[in-house]
Write a protein that binds this ligand. Sequence first.
Ligand code: GLA
Length: 388
Amino acid sequence: MSTSRRTVIAAAAAAGLAAAAVGPGAGEAHAGSGDSAAPRRARFGELADGTRVDIWTLACGGIRLKVLSYGGIVQSLEVPDRHGRPANVSLGFADLESYVERSPYFGALIGRYGNRIANGRFTLDGRTYELPRNDNGHSLHGGDLGFDKRVWRVEPFTRRGEVGLVLTRTSPDGEMGYPGTLEVRVEYVLTRHGDFRIDYEATTDRPTVVNLTNHTYFNLAGEGSGSILDHRLEVAASRYTPVGETLIPTGELARVAGTPFDFRRAKPIGADIREGHPQLLFGRGYDHNLVLDKGITAEPEHVITVSEPTSGRVMRIATTEPGVQFYSGNFLDGTLAGTSGRVYRQSDGFCLETQHFPDSPNQPSFPSTVLRPGRTYRTTTVHSFSAD
Ligand code: GLA
């Protein structure tokens, strides 16, 4: 990002974005960055069993983030436009009941396994495990009570130039059919450079499979502002994993060249979405894993850029992961009213879920999602915001 762009973001923070997040008694602004606010907690609601759900608000680098202890949900992500005006660029709800009753994974932390496992079944070390079939006979996003529907322990922290939250949870052996007690630790971090970073970690006491991600739906013009089809998307992926009718990968790594899946040069998301490509019919649009050319990396590498022409907002994504599920909000159908009360219609938001490939436990040629005792699962994804 250029210095001038960073300056716009820092100026926006100074002008009130961060100040609004601080409020009276909200903790001290972080020394050094001058624009951060220590995380503060408020009550968001209560689950049917009386469990309190908190909403945490934190700000740094011109970005303001709100996170729920329920589902580790990114409830709001405010980012300045080219004039320094903030807007919430993530789809969501204003109340807990909507998240519990009807959320299509808005903002949620997904586990134990992001995306689908075919027929809700996999075999590991000769043993077959059965998972809940919550999506056309397949298991989606960890089953019907995945990590998106659990209450997480949340601890705030403030470091030099960063503020964040540590979310932890012990997923018991056998939860949703998955073997092993899984200790999960996820950090949501805002940096003074306008980055929102997510660090995932997990360990197990028995061999298992893990594929964690975050399911934020973005609209860089602001949630509830309409379609994302004019957003320009660029992804460093020469291949993708085609799927069958029920969105299970066929196992092939097909070339994107000459297909609507070619985002190697920036183009509007809507440019080819109405092409009669059979893969687009299966997903009612894009709902596909793009195979990142860089593969698995020890450090996050920049692979995706999304820009929104009217606001000038730009989001760059760097990840350690080998794939990204690109979902163009196909199943939004005008039946949900979002955070600001506006209705979400088809393609009013998009997801870029960085992760391993769908159904890897049943696809021997895909990068492995197996985690064994003594090893630590570790992945990182960074969303960097700026404005042009
Ligand atoms: C993922 C899936 C989609 C859909 C959405 C949530 O992106 O691949 O098919 O389930 O989550 O609606």
